[in-house]
Write a new protein. Structure first.
Lengths: 362, 284
């Protein structure tokens, strides 16, 4: 990511009494793959529609290469969008669908067809050029929509949950295709999704939105390891949030008194003083399970249930004094060796380095 | 067993309904070729005299020409205005929109006699009563809702992202209308044209009020009937029925073609146009 290509500057969008986006600012770099993630109604699609000019911001400004986009209609912008419904033209052939944008730019038919066909071939659709789009499979249509948006060689491509209609297998293949295409073309992708898997597997940076506001912007790793606040922590769901009062602020770590005894948390840039209440979180994949404590922080817990995610297992433990379940992520083989049954009593322990304050990590 | 009985009953009932609807038309067709002057059984032998006599009668020929001359412009105007109204209703939100839609679809619910009287008193006030224009204007009023309903139904099947996608690819709203919306509606436009042509061609009551000396075919038939009971009526009836049903069938084929050619994603075309036509009926 180098200099900012797209700047979103204190943008708000209101629909009557409803505020979809509130004073949001961030910038998108040249050649960056940016994912905007959030649950439905968080304002992510509105944000994308404002970029495309389909909605005009109620306040603030969007700039592309430094130029304000204010008042520019969608047909005056060069920000093609790949739609969730694909929005292919059912009455046109595959080739004419792809060539539509070129036709509207006044490119003559032979040139138009040549460029469209080149894109279709690149996406392994060359043989379907003369077909009707309705005769294609879901994955093929997806690629037609992609070709239609890319044939005009835009600087930025907008994608609105393009993979949500595909089955898991196809979705993974499309993710790989999108990622390699983006690298190869070196253009900026702005990808809106509610899927953490999609966002984290493809994006350079992820914007997490909730109720019209940005909660956190960062690399997938940074968001995963260091959620900025309670919302992000709960949204990503890979940490357990605990609470305690500060007993002692040390060089490296902070000592807190919690409902489950004293615990050490990485200090980071924590600025609280003695006696203050503080939330902190523990990363689920850095907790050890056994009969004996293996690290300085430990709690006795009751094993409730588990859930497989690929070759990892998430365990849910009940700990007295904590409302939420304590989440622990283990490799599947480790989990097998433990031979746990629901109701078993275990000791969960973790080092101070696995626990952090919100916003405290550098 | 019960199931088979039920199915049998269903077929019988459907068959009975068809006989009920078709019998008078078939009778008219059969008697139009019957040599006997009076429509009675047994049949007296085959003849095409009635057709020959009818279609050399200048009054009949003129009325046919007039009907065609009216129904084609009526179909054209109704389809264009119907598209405009349907698109307005589809695309825009404005104050009084529900009133607009109600008024658009009102004419077929008004009794034909009332409509005819209203048209006559209005058109005579502006000096058009008895002119061919009067029939044309009245028929546009009657046919327009059919065109609008058919086209509106098609627009309802359009993904609203389709227009936005077109704008997004740098087509202006006017280009989008031309390159996206109209092609999407093409089959329903053809169907609307043919069916409004049929509506105009068959319409009797209002034409009877406003046409004056410019008789259309249905009006001419009534004039014949008032004078005499003649098999000529059967001949005209058969000809009018055949041409109307052809128009409707071609119209249906156009709207149905979309169904066959496009897969499930692009939903079927006008299932309602059959009902629309039978509402108006064949006025003979």
């Amino acid at each position: 990511m180098s200099e900012a290509l797209v700047e979103i500057d204190r943008v708000s969008k209101r629909f009557g009494d409803y505020t979809a986006v509130t004073e949001t600012s961030f910038s998108i770099g040249q050649g960056e793959f940016l994912a905007i993630m959030g649950s439905s109604g968080c304002g992510k699609t509105t944000m994308l529609r404002m970029l495309a000019g389909l909605e005009e911001p109620s306040a603030g400004e969007i700039r592309l290469e430094g130029r304000s986009q204010k008042g520019l209609p969608p047909w005056g912008r060069d920000l093609p969008l790949v739609w969730q419904s694909l929005a292919l033209f059912p009455f046109l052939s595959v080739l004419d669908n792809v060539g539509f944008g070129l036709k509207m730019r006044g490119v003559a038919k032979p040139e138009r067809d040549r460029r469209s066909l080149a894109w279709l071939q690149k996406l392994e659709l060359g043989e379907f050029a003369s077909r009707n789009v309705m005769q294609l499979s879901g994955g093929q249509r997806q690629r037609v929509a992609l070709a239609r948006a890319l044939v005009t060689e835009p600087k930025v491509l907008l994608l609105d949950e393009p993979l949500s209609a595909l089955d898991a297998h196809l979705s993974v293949r499309m993710q790989a295709l999108l990622r390699s295409l983006q690298r190869e073309l070196g253009i900026t992708f702005v990808y809106v999704t509610h899927s953490q898997t999609e966002a984290f597997s493809m994006a350079d940076r992820v914007v997490i939105m909730s109720r019209g506001k940005v909660e956190q912007i960062g690399s997938p790793q940074a968001i995963y390891r260091h959620p900025a606040n309670r919302f992000v922590a709960e949204f990503i769901g890979n940490v357990t949030i605990l609470r305690g009062s500060v007993a002692e602020v040390g060089e490296q770590s902070v000592r807190l008194n919690t409902a489950n005894g004293g615990m050490s948390v990485s200090r980071g840039n924590f600025a609280g003083s003695h006696g203050a209440q503080a939330d902190f979180y523990v990363n689920a994949d850095q907790i050890a399970i056994g009969d004996e404590p293996r690290h300085e922080n430990h709690v006795r817990a009751r094993f409730l249930s588990h859930k497989f995610i690929g070759n990892m297992v998430t365990l849910f433990l009940e700990v007295p004094g904590i409302d939420d379940d304590l989440k622990v992520i283990l490799p599947e083989r480790t989990y097998d060796c433990l031979g746990l049954q629901p109701g078993d009593s275990v000791v969960a322990s973790w080092p101070a380095a696995a626990a952090h304050f919100f916003g405290g990590a550098a | 067993m019960m199931l088979r009985l039920g199915r049998w009953f269903g077929w019988a009932y459907t068959g009975y309904t068809f006989i009920f609807i078709m019998a008078p038309i078939v009778a008219s067709l059969v008697f139009s070729f019957n040599a006997d002057r009076f429509p009675s059984l047994p049949l007296q032998g085959f003849t095409t005299d009635w057709y020959g006599g009818t279609f050399t009668d200048p009054l009949v020929i003129e009325s046919f020409q007039r009907s065609v001359m009216v129904s084609i412009p009526v179909a054209l105007i109704s389809t264009i205005l119907g598209f405009c109204a349907a698109y307005c209703d589809f695309r825009f939100n404005f104050r009084g929109k529900s009133l607009f839609s109600l008024l658009m679809l009102l004419p077929p619910t008004i009794p034909a006699v009332i409509m005819g009287l209203g048209m006559l008193s209005y058109l005579s006030r502006i000096g058009l009563a008895g002119e061919i224009w009067a029939v044309l204007i009245s028929h546009v009023v009657i046919a327009l809702p059919f065109a609008m309903a058919m086209i509106r139904l098609r627009l309802a099947q359009m993904d609203s992202a389709l227009e936005e996608a077109s704008w997004n690819l740098r087509a202006t709203p006017v280009q989008t209308l031309w390159y996206v919306v109209l092609p999407f509606c093409k089959q329903s436009l053809v169907a609307a044209f043919l069916i409004t042509a049929a509506v105009s061609f068959d319409e009797f009551a209002v034409a009877w009020f406003v046409s004056g000396l410019n008789e259309t075919v249905p009006v001419r038939v009534l004039v014949f009937l008032q004078g005499q009971v003649s098999p000529v009526i059967n001949a005209i009836g058969t000809a009018v029925f055949t041409s109307s049903i052809l128009l409707v069938a071609i119209g249906m084929a156009f709207s149905g073609m979309g169904k066959a050619k496009r897969a499930a994603a692009d939903a079927p075309a006008q299932p309602a146009c059959g009902t629309l036509v039978s509402n108006n009926g064949l006025s003979l």
